[in-house]
Design a protein around this ligand. Structure first.
Ligand code: SF4
Length: 442
C-alpha cells in the first residue's frame, strides 16, 4: 500500500484535476430506500415491479413510512412482507435480512453523507447484496452524490499498472480503501483520485479508455510506466499462449507463421500470407479442417483468433454510424461468444458520428436493471445528440425477449423527453443480430 501512495504522489498532476460537484444534499430517505430496494430485488432476483404489479409492491416501497427506524423486530417486518402476498417464504426471509441491514445503516449513519460511505459502512452495504453487485452498490451511492470510488475501469487500470498480468480482484474493497487513503493524504475528494487514474490512462470521465478487456497499450498514455505493458513487450510463444488460452501478447505474424506449415502455403509477405490463409479456409467445414490438419483442435483455435483479429472493424471516434450493420461489425467479435450478457450504449453526435461507448451492466439476466437514468447519464455528460443500445444473447439466438421490448420502449420514451433519441437497439447473437430500427419496432 505504501508503494501505491508513493506512486500516486509521483503521478498526481497538481492543479489539473477535474472539477466535480457533489449533490448539495442527499435524496430523501424514501428515495434512497426505493433506489436501494430496486437494486436489492434485482440482485437477488426477487419479484420486482416489472414482474409483479406495482400496486402489490407499493406497500414494500412505502415501508419506511410505517415502521420505526430506530427499532423494528424481524417478525414485524416478516408480517408486513407476508401481507403483500408477493413473496414466498425464502424470499420473505431474504428481504427481512436485507431490510434489517438497511435499517442498521440508516440508524448508525444517521444519513450523514460521510458516515454512509466509511469502509465499515460499505461492508454493511455489501453484506446485503451478492458479491457480484458490490460495484453496483457503489455506483448507486455515487448517483446519490456521495464521495465514493465506483469506477471499475479505473481500478483495472491501476491494478494492471501496478501488478502487471495478475488477475484483477473482482471486489472493489481494495480500490475503495486505496482511494480513501490517497484522498485523505492529499486532502481532496475520493472521486478526484479515481478520476486522476482514469486520466492517466486516457479513460476520460466515464468513457471507456484503452485499458479494456484486451488492453490497447499502444494508445495508452501511461504505457511507459505500466507493468502490464512492460510484460507485454516480450512477444509470447504461440504454444504457451495456446496452452493458457490467452493470445494477448502474440502477434498476428506469429499466428500466421504457426499456421502456414499446416496449409503448405508458398512463401509470401505477412499481409499476403494472411489473405491467402483466410481465403483458403473460407467455407471449410470442420471435417475438411480435420482432414487437413493432424492437430486440428489447436490449429482451429489459432485460426479463430486470427479471424477474430481480421474481422475487427471498429468504429473510431469521429467516424459516422450509418446503419445497424456498422455497429454489428464493430461489436460482434467482442460480444458474440461472451458467456455473460452485457448491455452497452454507443453515444453519437448530431451527425451520428461515433463519440464513444459505455458499459451499462454486465452479467445481469434481468434487463429491468437497465435504468434510463444510467443510460442517459452518460449521454448527457458527453453531450451526445443520439444513442444506440445493444446487448448480446449468450444463447446465440438474437431474437429479443418481451423484456427487451419493454426496456427499449422505456429508453425510447426517456430519449424523447430528453431530446436524445434512441436510434436503435441491437441484440447480438452468435452469427446474427436483430435491429429494433430495421424491424420497425422503434
Ligand atoms: S499501458 Fe496497457 S495495461 Fe497499462 S493501463 Fe495502459 S492500456 Fe492498461
Amino acid at each position: 500500500m505504501n508503494s501505491d501512495l508513493h506512486l500516486f504522489d509521483q503521478l498526481f498532476e497538481e492543479g489539473n484535476e477535474a472539477s466535480f460537484r457533489l449533490a448539495p444534499s442527499l435524496p430523501s430517505l424514501q428515495e434512497l430506500f426505493a433506489d436501494w430496494l430496486d437494486l436489492f430485488l434485482r440482485a437477488w432476483e426477487l419479484p420486482t415491479h416489472t414482474a409483479a404489479r406495482w400496486e402489490e409492491l407499493r406497500g414494500l416501497y412505502s415501508l419506511t413510512e410505517r415502521i420505526s427506524l430506530q427499532y423494528c423486530r424481524s417478525d414485524q417486518l416478516e408480517r408486513e412482507l407476508w401481507q403483500l402476498g408477493v413473496f414466498d417464504e425464502r424470499e420473505v426471509k431474504q428481504l427481512t435480512d436485507g431490510l434489517q441491514v438497511f435499517l442498521k445503516i440508516v440508524r448508525s449513519s444517521e444519513l450523514q453523507p460521510i458516515r454512509l460511505c466509511t469502509l465499515e459502512m460499505l461492508e454493511l452495504w455489501w453484506q446485503a447484496l451478492p458479491e457480484a453487485f458490490a460495484w453496483d452498490q457503489l455506483k448507486l451511492m455515487r448517483s446519490w452524490g456521495l464521495d465514493v470510488a465506483w469506477r471499475k475501469e479505473a481500478w483495472r487500470v491501476w491494478w494492471r499498472f501496478q501488478q502487471g498480468k495478475q488477475t484483477v480482484p473482482e471486489h472493489p474493497r481494495q480500490w475503495v480503501s486505496l482511494c480513501q487513503q490517497v484522498a485523505l493524504k492529499r486532502g481532496c475528494q475520493i472521486i478526484k483520485v479515481e478520476e486522476q487514474v482514469a486520466r492517466w490512462a486516457g479513460v476520460h470521465l466515464r468513457q471507456e479508455g484503452p485499458c479494456q478487456t484486451s488492453p490497447n497499450c499502444a494508445t495508452c498514455r501511461i504505457r511507459g510506466h505500466c507493468r502490464w505493458a512492460q510484460e507485454e513487450t516480450v512477444p509470447r510463444d504461440v504454444e504457451l499462449a495456446w496452452q493458457a488460452q490467452d493470445f494477448q501478447g502474440v502477434s498476428t505474424q506469429q499466428l500466421i507463421e504457426a499456421l502456414i506449415p499446416t496449409l503448405n502455403l508458398p512463401e509470401e509477405s505477412g499481409q499476403t500470407k494472411e489473405g491467402s490463409l483466410l481465403r483458403r479456409v473460407e467455407g471449410w467445414s470442420v471435417q475438411q479442417w480435420q482432414q487437413q490438419s493432424e492437430n486440428a483442435f489447436r490449429e482451429t483455435q489459432l485460426l479463430l483468433e486470427l479471424c477474430r483479429r481480421h474481422g475487427e472493424e471498429r468504429l473510431q471516434p469521429g467516424e459516422t454510424f450509418h446503419n445497424s450493420g456498422d455497429l454489428f461489425r464493430h461489436f460482434r467479435h467482442r460480444l458474440r461468444l461472451l458467456k455473460q450478457e452485457v448491455f452497452l450504449v454507443v453515444l453519437l453526435d448530431n451527425k451520428h458520428r461515433y463519440l464513444g461507448e459505455q458499459l451499462i451492466t454486465q452479467g445481469l439476466l434481468n434487463r429491468s436493471l437497465v435504468h434510463p437514468r444510467e443510460v442517459f447519464a452518460q449521454a448527457v455528460e458527453q453531450r451526445a445528440a443520439a444513442l444506440v443500445c445493444l446487448h448480446n444473447h449468450p444463447s446465440g439466438d438474437p431474437q429479443p425477449s418481451s423484456e427487451d421490448h419493454k426496456v427499449t420502449q422505456r429508453l425510447k420514451e426517456s430519449g424523447q423527453l430528453l431530446g436524445i433519441p434512441l436510434l436503435d437497439h441491437l441484440v447480438i447473437g452468435e452469427e446474427r443480430y436483430v435491429s429494433f430500427a430495421d424491424e420497425g419496432w422503434l
